[in-house]
Design a binder for this molecule. Structure first.
Ligand SMILES: [Zn+2]
Ligand SMILES: [Zn+2]
Length: 139
């Protein structure tokens, strides 16, 4: 496989002990299969249902998928200020430019914190509603 950005041949590298990624030795970008981005997110964040919708504002690029050669789509990652490229055509995976993997982890950690806070508030609210409901329906 070749780098969609600079054309250098990608080399397989074990990423942070989690999975095999295809890394560009020239521009240090990284190709991840779809499941691999999932693993990267899981490193920062737990359950799938809390990760939310992945792609926003999709636009076609001139870069080619290293797997099938189809044009990659650029999209905004989970509404954060981070743009990734993906093979939307055949669902092969994602391209991360150098350093973007760290940004993904950082975003997911921030989001995990936000979620924990949100869930704490929500469960308190649920308890309050339950108490109110019990009070109001008591005969
Ligand atoms: Zn490259
Ligand atoms: Zn592809």
């Amino acid at each position: 496989m070749n780098c969609p950005k600079c054309g250098a041949e990608l080399i397989q590298k074990y990423y942070k002990g989690m999975f095999e990624a295809d890394v560009c030795p020239n521009c240090f970008g990284m190709w991840l299969d779809f499941e691999e981005l999932d693993k990267l997110e899981d490193a920062a964040f737990g359950e799938d249902d809390q990760k939310g919708s992945l792609m926003h504002f999709q636009t076609r690029t001139q870069f080619a998928c290293p797997r099938c050669g189809a044009a990659l789509d650029e999209f905004q990652y989970r509404l954060y200020d981070l743009r990734l490229d993906a093979c939307a055509e055949n669902h092969h995976g994602f391209w991360l430019d150098a350093g973007e993997d760290e940004r993904v982890l950082e975003i997911m950690r921030l989001r995990a914190e936000e979620m924990r806070r949100k869930f704490a508030v929500e469960s308190e609210w649920k308890q309050a509603l339950k108490a109110m409901h019990l009070f109001l329906t008591r005969k």
